[in-house]
Ligand binder design. Structure first.
Ligand SMILES: Cc1cc2nc3c(=O)[nH]c(=O)nc-3n(C[C@H](O)[C@H](O)[C@H](O)COP(=O)(O)OP(=O)(O)OC[C@H]3O[C@@H](n4cnc5c(N)ncnc54)[C@H](O)[C@@H]3O)c2cc1C
Length: 461
């Protein structure tokens, strides 16, 4: 079983198994057509689609720990069609049709995960139950309606979304104080660890070689160097998401921001009988603090939220996967949504970092001249995004023009984050504004324009 330094499981999902396969590290030299650094969804989906297109390619994956050690093995299990970034800014640069196309591709990415899981026999509890986004204060109602209008504007159609009145919203999930909810059908709940572990095996079956316990120290054209070996390849792809900030020369490329989760003990079927979430729905509400939950296949809540401290210098450490204050905040939010939990036990607490680029936009880039490429910057919305980004990166490497290679994230260049201490101040200010805006809204029963607006500015909204 995969554990943290304190001996606790890396996440609920890792605890439930299977245990990580222990693949050999890279020792000495190897050669490949494509070498991919990072054995999470992005790296593995890229390998998968490369080999699907050309079974003769020699693809090598270099992973510092084990496949699924990062966010891909620990996330909230929302395979959601939501993507980060300000759509208007994207449309200014690429036109509205490109943004609508992006949304359509994200819808498809959710289904594609289910299709491939099925095809490859990956048992990851894929259930396309949609997402329920609740209004739990009066201030949430106009904001949710505004969000719905926005989604209609950017490519959603009849059948994609639905407003649920109070009684229907309560029937789907007995969320305390609900004032209605938006239902979006483009989301599936999954077991994230089983998806990434199964994907690694599928990629191996197609001929890829995966080296684990092999940290890339140098990533440059034609070469990846680890402590004990070198892989030479015409194409070198960086798929390291939040860990990118730790690579030499990348401390300002993305900011690693922690998202923390907990799981309750399994709750009996009679309990769920009155609470709901019967169809694999994921759920959240419209507060500023980002929260996300699902009912797991074995009848627990797996629930998470942001709000954990950003650590000076964009460092990523196992020790920050647990933050007692933030975990208690996350617990209190879940209990406030479902007071029926009453004496239920929390059995797992864990976390991980998501990668936040300065403009909150995903980037997929490949330079045929140098053979270097990367994909990432999903801001915590990477389950379905990584599938689409991996497919796109594979197209770019193969020199194929496809509808994906016209999407607004292709060739997108990130502005660097500010140097410290400005970065630390800005990100931690945003983190404290979210619960403040929520508290103001709960009291005033109206959207908080001042604090909420400032927060939107800080978060690229
Ligand atoms: C707690 C949490 C909850 C989340 N919930 C959701 C959710 O519900 N829905 C959603 O869409 N997204 C969610 N996300 C985000 C999502 O999980 C990620 O965006 C996605 O998994 C990113 O995949 P990746 O392959 O790009 O990165 P990772 O999965 O982080 O993979 C990167 C890999 O690179 C390896 N690596 C790093 N540096 C090196 C190096 N130098 N050499 C070799 N290997 C290296 C790492 O060990 C890691 O395995 C969540 C994230 C977290 C942390």
């Amino acid at each position: 079983m995969a554990t943290r330094r304190d001996g606790a499981p890396l996440s609920l999902w890792h605890d439930q198994g299977p245990a990580p396969k222990q693949r050999e590290p890279l020792v000495g030299g190897d050669e490949a057509d494509v070498v991919i650094v990072g054995g999470g969804y992005t790296g593995l989906w890229t390998a998968y689609y490369l080999l699907e297109a050309d079974a003769d390619l020699r693809v090598v994956v270099i992973e510092a720990e084990f496949c699924g050690y990062g966010a891909s093995g620990r996330n909230g299990g929302w395979a959601s069609a939501r993507f980060p970034g300000n759509r208007s800014a994207m449309a200014d640069a690429h036109g509205m049709a490109a943004v609508v196309e992006y949304q359509r591709h994200m819808f498809d990415a959710v289904d594609e995960i289910g299709r491939i899981a099925d095809k490859e026999g990956i048992d990851c509890d894929f259930r396309k139950g949609g997402v329920l986004l609740y209004a739990t204060t009066p201030a949430h109602v106009p904001r949710l309606h505004g969000y719905m209008q926005d989604l209609w504007h950017w490519g959603c159609e009849a059948g994609d979304l639905e407003w649920l009145d109070i009684s229907e919203a309560r029937r789907r999930a007995a969320v305390a104080g609900t004032r209605g909810a938006m239902f979006n059908r483009h989301c599936a709940s999954i077991n994230p660890w089983r998806l990434v572990a199964g994907l690694a095996e599928a990629v191996e079956r197609r001929g890829a070689v995966i080296y684990e316990k092999s940290r890339a120290r140098v990533i440059r054209p034609n070469m990846v160097v680890t402590d004990d070996g070198v892989v030479r390849a015409k194409t070198v792809l960086r798929c390291t998401e939040a860990f990118t900030a730790e690579l030499p020369g990348h401390s300002r490329t993305v900011a690693p921001v922690y998202s923390l989760m907990l799981a309750t003990e399994p709750l009996p079927p009679e309990w769920w009988g009155t609470v709901g979430l019967h169809n694999g729905e994921t759920f959240s509400d419209e507060r500023h603090l980002i929260i996300y939950g699902q009912r797991t296949a074995d009848g627990r809540f797996a629930f998470g939220g942001r709000g954990a401290p950003y650590h000076f210098g964009s460092t990523v450490r196992d020790d920050w996967d647990v933050d007692p204050r933030t975990h208690e905040l996350v617990r209190r939010v879940l209990w406030s949504l479902f007071p029926q939990l009453s004496e239920a036990r929390v059995t797992h607490r864990w976390g991980g970092a998501v990668a936040v680029p300065r403009d909150w936009r995903t980037s997929v880039d490949f330079d045929p001249g140098t053979g270097l490429g990367h994909a990432g910057g999903y801001v915590g919305q990477g389950v379905a995004s990584a599938n689409l980004a991996g497919r796109t990166l594979a197209d770019l490497v193969l020199g194929e023009r496809s509808p994906r290679t016209r999407l607004p994230y292709v060739g997108h260049r990130w502005r660097k984050w500010e140097p410290e201490p400005l970065r630390w101040l800005g990100i931690n200010l945003g983190r404290t504004l979210a619960p403040l805006a929520d508290a103001i809204e709960r009291r005033s029963r109206r959207p908080s324009r001042l604090v909420g607006g400032a927060l939107n500015k800080l978060t690229g909204g």
